[in-house]
Design a protein. Structure first.
Length: 109
């Protein structure tokens, strides 16, 4: 095994049945950040909510490393959350571009 199978597995998790179950990561983590705000009073961005999950996986990997253990699932999940972060970023950029385009169209008409 050369390590790329972790990325392949993460890709399958992010783009496969989980996305059908939970929707696009932006929509899913928008709900997470809203719930976090209700529970704590702290305002996160959607990117912050996904980044928090990356931190959870990194913390678990650190604990395992301190105990000389390898937890493959945490590595796969971390890669998946990084992919989700990228998807959220692209979604936000697409929303911004669509808004700018709509405003230009409104201005031109």
């Amino acid at each position: 095994m050369n390590g790329s199978e972790i990325l392949t597995e993460a890709h399958g998790l992010v783009n496969g049945p989980r996305q059908d179950t939970y929707s696009h990561p932006f929509d899913d983590y928008y709900k997470v950040k809203e719930l976090f705000h209700i529970m704590t009073g702290h305002e996160l961005t959607v990117k912050d909510a996904v980044t928090f999950m990356i931190c959870v996986k990194l913390a678990r990997m650190s604990t395992n490393a301190q105990q000389n253990r390898w937890h493959r699932d945490s590595v796969v999940d971390a890669a998946g959350y990084l992919a989700c972060l990228s998807m959220v970023h692209e979604h936000i950029q697409d929303q911004i571009a669509a808004t700018v385009s709509r405003l230009r169209d409104e201005h031109d008409s």
